[in-house]
Design a binder for this molecule. Structure first.
Ligand code: HAM
Length: 433
């Protein structure tokens, strides 16, 4: 095996403890946030049958054409894919288990997604999303709720500098009429189209409007706008969403060129974009997908949702001062001598029984070196046990942060003494304020 094969796969990253603690802190905040809007968790497998994604996301999309990790199961020949996103799986699960019979379902999931993209800052081959899906809801109220939810999360995290971009993709009939006009317009500019645009001209012309090629900007700016093809129902729906946003004081910008890279959307689509992360500035994206349930074999049910890119949001959160919560233990236990060691285990377990976080020194060493570790651990208190203490059935208790002298307490009285010492320090802290 070459050295190269002992490294992680390109674009798939380890999340080391300093970062993983930030992730966990973030996940705690997110769980409370989702509960406060009545969303319930669902967990789907990471691998699905390949046709699920082809059908849901669309055959002529970047994801399906060139980014999926698809393989044949060597044991039974099934065509499988590592999920590139969660909406298709979530809808599949809801249909398969009859969740939609129970009316509206507010669901969320989180976990890794896989896309074979060119890795760069904010773009990975394994990345993580929090996905939120509201199934069986037709009105603009749920679209607006989904957007307000996002705004509240940014607020909870202390994040500013994200812009909400909004658009309506109308219905499939409205898109079809716009599509004909768009193709005609693009055909008139065929000589300046790049390779990508030519390839998409008859398969997915709407995506050409999303091009990043500077040479095409002027041409796409002047292209027929889907907005001008929307009928009264689509316009009313769009206005309904905007009304709630205006009432709630959530600023937005209508971006007529916002089309999304997945085919299942109709009507409302939105993205939250920051300029603080460089090229990969979309931290959250979603919209309405009223035909997907039926497309995947369910009874027609309207729906909408979004997904947050966790790596991107966390990068932005850190820029705004987001930090992991302190994980320092309450107590560090040091011991020297065979009897003392045995007592140390009893002391540590007893304290954990009271709910304290206890780091037990393992690996021996002198008292001095153990105390250095105790100090470096960030613990508030050290429990110190030598042969003397062990013989007397007592332990030493030493504050490591604040004032206070070392005291000796009976092992049975240790938990009470710890409570008292920590509590007293809290009171002194408060008194100082
Ligand atoms: P998406 O726009 O493909 O939508 O992805 C949503 C978010 O995931 C992006 O805005 C971005 O923050 C993050 N993301 C996507 N690709 C990568 C990558 N390669 N590396 C890092 N982050 C990435 C969806 O996936 C839809 N399922 C969203 C949705 C849910 N629509 C309705 N319900």
């Amino acid at each position: 095996m070459s050295q190269q094969h002992l490294q992680s796969v390109r674009g798939m990253n380890d999340i080391l403890p300093d970062d993983a603690e930030l992730w966990e802190h973030f996940e705690d905040i997110v769980r409370d946030w989702l509960r406060s809007y009545g969303y319930r968790p669902i967990r789907m497998p990471i691998v699905e049958h390949t046709p699920l994604f082809k059908r849901a996301i669309g055959e002529v999309t970047d994801i399906v054409e060139k980014e999926m990790y698809s393989f044949e199961d060597a044991l039974n020949g099934e065509h499988l894919t590592l999920r590139p996103e969660g909406t298709a799986s979530c809808v599949r699960a809801a249909i398969q288990h009859g969740l939609l019979h129970a009316g509206g379902q507010r669901l969320y999931y989180h976990g890794p997604m896989f896309r074979h993209e060119r890795p760069q800052k904010g773009r990975y081959r394994q990345f993580h999303q929090i996905g939120v899906e509201a199934l069986n809801f037709a009105g603009p109220d749920i679209d607006a709720e989904l957007i307000l939810m996002c705004a509240r999360l940014w607020d909870d995290l202390g994040i500013q500098d994200v812009e909400l971009q909004l658009n309506s993709l109308g219905s499939s009939e409205e898109r079809a009429r716009h599509r004909s006009a768009l193709i005609e317009y693009l055909e008139g500019h065929r000589d300046i189209l790049d390779e990508d645009a030519r390839r998409r001209l008859y398969t997915n012309p709407l995506r050409i409007l999303d091009t990043k090629n500077p040479a095409l900007q002027e041409m796409v700016e002047a292209a027929p706008r889907l907005y001008d093809y929307l009928g009264s129902e689509s316009l009313e729906h769009f206005e309904g969403v905007q009304r709630v946003l205006r009432d709630a004081g959530v600023p937005y910008r209508i971006n007529h060129r916002l089309v999304r890279g997945l085919d299942y959307y109709n009507r409302t689509v939105f993205e939250w974009v920051t300029t603080k992360l460089g090229a990969q500035g979309t931290i959250c994206a979603g919209g309405r997908y009223d035909t997907l349930v039926e497309l995947l074999g369910g009874r027609p049910a309207p729906a909408a949702g979004f997904a947050i890119g966790i790596e991107r949001l966390l990068a932005l959160w850190q820029e705004s001062g987001g930090q992991a919560e302190s994980r320092a233990p309450d107590v560090y236990v040091v011991a020297s001598g065979a009897e003392a060691q045995r007592m140390a285990f009893r002391a540590a377990e007893a304290l954990r029984g009271y709910g304290f976080a206890v780091l037990m020194h393992c690996g021996g060493g002198s008292f001095k070196s153990q105390m250095k570790k105790a100090d470096a651990s960030g613990a508030q208190l050290a429990v110190i046990i030598g042969d003397d203490e062990a013989a007397a059935g007592e332990v030493g208790l030493k504050p490591l942060r604040g004032p206070g002298a070392q005291q000796r307490v009976a092992l049975d009285a240790l938990a009470d003494a710890v409570v008292e010492t920590l509590f007293k320090e809290d009171e002194e802290d408060n008194g100082a304020l």
